[in-house]
Design a protein. Sequence first.
Length: 574
Amino acid sequence: MEKVRVRFAPSPTGPLHLGGVRTALYDYLFAKNQGGEFVLRIEDTDTARYVEGAEEYIEEALEWCGIIPDESPKKGGKFAPYRQSERRDIYDRYTEQILTTDYAYIAFDTPEELDAVRAEFEAKGDVFSYDNKTRNQLRNSIALSQEEVQKLLDEKTPYVVRFKMPIDRTLNLEDIIRGHSSVNTNTLDDKVLVKNDGMPTYHFANIIDDHEMEISHVIRGEEWLPSLGLHTLLYEAMGWEAPQFAHLSLILKPDVSTLINKDNIDSITKSFTEEFVAKNNEFSFEESAALIKSFFSEVKSPRFKSMLGENEKDNLLTASVKQFLKKGLSGKLSKRDGDKFGFPVFPLNFTDPKTGNVSKGYRESGYLPDAFINMVSLLGWSPADDKEVLSLDEMAKEFDLNKVHKAGARFSKEKSEWFNHQYIQLKSDEELLQILKSSDLNLNIEDEKLLKIISLMKERATFPKDIYENGKFFFEAPASYDEKASKKAWNDETSAVLGEFAETLGTIDYTSETLKQAIHDFAENKGLGMGKVMMPLRLALVGELKGPDVPDIMELIGKEESISRINNAINNFK
């Protein structure tokens, strides 16, 4: 395995999660850094959990992110097919091979029989495991005679193939990110390798495919770390050289104190309460919601975490809510977290084919793909000099698996928005023009004016739509005037002052520079401070005391519209 070959092997059981995108990205960056190849393989043997459209979603999401595989079901390649469901003949061949070794056996136990054995163990206070301590008493080819086994096979009795875990061996395991570890085989059970429908489980299929596709490095999430011992032994059983392994840490839930504010506390409380009451239906929704909101009201307080601690005086509801919140506010980032707190955890919108529910995606939320992928890249890896804004090519040049962090990476909604803001600033006005024109915003304005608006507004924008939302006054006259701003900017003399100024606009060349000079000259001639003219003028044009320079606004909306807005404001404040 001299050439680096890596694979991303998702199951089409739903949309691609943020953690899956990161795994695919690190695979891609490592391959490009090493001059290797990146393979997309679809592991679709779990037919019970298969979701219609999920494979297409995965491919579209990776393409939007710029993570383009060298080989895939769509693209093909020399190791096709790249869907496990199309590789049955390959698995059958290797199933026959492993059954000729001392590393596997067939088991005829029915689910009902195993449930009965499990119940016997539980009655004694023990936990049942199909392993070297129990396999000799169960219905399998180890415990049964050859004649009994053959009879069951002749009768077409359903069976599975199990791995025969060696007894009392210490396995020395190596991981690029986590270093050395060891495990005793007595702590591992005899996993099913082939199901009774003849299809392999993940454990067997993925090592066959990795061997067949000449995968040199397996980069995957830490949830697969407990399977490393089994997978190492499977390579040994088949007589194959194992790839190098690298297990990525979890992406953790965001700090809740950065997410809750007075505008969303009620909706977040409702979401948490609905989940709490569904699990603890002995408590009323109203009481639970009041208590949960009381905790969230203190979420920015330094004593918030201590409030969730145990207390002997807690009643049953309080104790239950504390336990629920402690669990719900820590650990791995999940889809539900996005739903609760109002941020996406998937790259693209995903519509559940069964329920019709739509999970929001980063693309549809206004994130740029290069900003999104930059944010994801730093959830567990740090480039040299702690640089933060990097292109995909720059990431690939710097990426090093040895610099991937062991500790979990905490997701931050604020940071994801910060990245998008940075990339908005890096886009040319022309690029943003095309993005806005392809959006669902109804921008009934010529390109030349829109380019000028973009130039004035993009510095304040986090998302492309902010250029329109924050600059709505360019497109339509204000329908109302901010109360606080009105008290600050308008007094009894203001209407007369602005009315007189409006009369001067009919005779001047209407450009930003001449307007700036005209405002200055008018204020000076009237003996007024610039604020006495500029503030009410801004209020009349915008409806608030915000926005770019007033002369720039006036030039873009034009003379007739400027005068109309000034007169509307005068009439309003009469």
